[in-house]
Design a binder for this molecule. Sequence first.
Ligand code: SAM
Ligand code: SF4
Length: 348
Amino acid sequence: MTDKEIFSTIEKAAITHELSKGEIVALLQCKRVEEDLAAAADLTRKKFVGDGVHLRGLIEFTNYCKRSCAYCGLRAANKRLTRYRLKDEEILNLAKKAKAYGYETVVLQGGEDDFFSCDRLFNIVSKIKALDVAVTLSVGERSFEDYKKLKEAGADRFLLRIETTNQALYARHHQGMSLEARKRCLENLKELGYEVGTGSLIGLPGDSAETLAEDLLFFKEIDADMLGMGPFLPNPDTPLGAEKAGSFSVTRRLLSITRLLLPTANIPATTAVETLREGGRDIMLNSGANVVMSNVTEGAAREFYALYPGKSGVHDKPEDMRGMWEEKLKSMGRFVAKGKGFRNLTPY
Ligand code: SAM
Ligand code: SF4
């Protein structure tokens, strides 16, 4: 593609919110479009979701996991990790604190840990919902019946990254799991009325502009409500420990294209991007993102929820973070969005 073609492709995306696979690939292969793409995505973000940034209070409640995703420090086979599970009352107390800090969404995230049976989670979610906050779950693959019961408990949203939509790549990095099952979970969640979040792990060894473009078309096809686009970060305690990290520029371009194609989606500036590059989250907020997850977990659990080394913010004080974000967003010409932060389908 010539420069002229590249820029008219960005313009087309900003107007129609449609791109072909070939056009996405061209944008992902062209590093020099990064700033223009970010500027177009930032305008689209302003027009469709406004200047408010949704802050979510994140509770990492268990680092036990029965799965063995090749990239993740929580994988069952990682014997070097100190495991923890928060007690039900501890989780509820953290949710109360999150509410007191001013968060209006509580995200419960953890490994796939059967100790947290559907009934146990049902109880926890019901009690948190009584605090009048939105609840997002990120607890991996469960049956339709479990998802249904958790919806009945009041859960509003669910995050389940597809990681990659490429069959061979998915199989390579997810022993004992299947892309079909993952997709079925996303379908079930949609059918049950959850706001559904998914996304890609960018820079997963073996991915390419083509596989990432296919991911984006999939997100558009399922009309995902939330899109977490984060770079892969190698963890030495996993089989992918010696691989190189996902690229900051590719992550940024992919996030910007995501905003252009799904203009009303809620898109976080991820912790992984901040870990990859200090200040990276602020750059993503200016490149199409409108959500930040702020970790409200306390004590040693913060350190032991170790997906990858050097995780940003491990030593931050949860009680300071909301104020910090208010100040920071103000300096960026943005503000903390009010309300529970559901997807807003009406342009500003
Ligand atoms: N177990 C649930 C699941 O897999 O959906 C939720 C928790 S899991 C730790 C949340 C996300 O962490 C995954 O979707 C994955 O993309 C991300 N993650 C795990 N290991 C990572 C790594 N090494 N680099 C970047 N992100 C990673
Ligand atoms: Fe478990 Fe999720 Fe990590 Fe996979 S990504 S090993 S399911 S915590």
